[in-house]
Design a protein around this ligand. Structure first.
Ligand SMILES: [Zn+2]
Length: 101
């Protein structure tokens, strides 16, 4: 199966503010891997008032090739999911390229 695991494919899913905050969360090391499950990963991400639980998994039936959920109060794709996506990418990821204008 072929999933779009390219940074450019993810950026459009998030607003600039959410994305850039998520980049910071990643840089701060807030995204902590917890466990793998079938075709996915579970993370804990440090937030302003505690930890949130993020799950991200491959789903070829999804437009984006993956699905993600977070139990924070924000409605929609949140910065915690951004931090997890960045952490899950390979070491060639360059943080400056990730930032949105
Ligand atoms: Zn969240």
């Amino acid at each position: 199966m072929d999933y779009p695991l390219e940074i450019r494919n993810y950026k459009d899913l998030f607003s600039s503010a959410v994305w850039n905050r998520g980049v910071q969360y990643y840089q701060f090391g807030y995204a902590q891997w917890v466990d793998d499950f079938d075709h996915g990963m579970e993370y804990e991400v440090q937030g302003s008032v505690g930890y949130y639980r993020v799950r991200i998994w491959d789903d070829s039936s999804s437009h984006n090739g993956f699905r993600a959920e977070c139990n924070c109060p924000y409605h929609g794709p949140c910065k915690h999911i951004v931090a997890v996506i960045l952490d899950g990418m390979d070491d060639e990821f360059i943080i400056e390229k990730a930032k949105k204008p």
